[in-house]
Unconditional design. Sequence first.
Length: 110
Amino acid sequence: MIVHDVRHALSDEEAADYALAMSELERAVVVLCSKERSLGYTRLAEKTGTTYSDVQSAGKSLKAKRLAHISVARHGNEFHGSALFLNERGFAVKEAVEALIRIRAKRVGR
């Protein structure tokens, strides 16, 4: 497991370490999340072709790595599951994941 000081922003190198160590599902979830908005676990599961439980596990993992926080999703007074929001560190990792995806796509295109 990668351990970095959570009190500081991640360097590009540290963000790349996280991106490389993540599961494919964690990468897919990070790309779909932002600091301001979340699709919620149900929509994330639909977009990633997995289950709510799978996304929930990925969300817990991202939270444990101090890359995101989980909030309750509500519509009015009704509970509608959970939502995942990236923090600054998570956003740095998102950028590293997107770079990794571009690099892999170029390699496949050769």
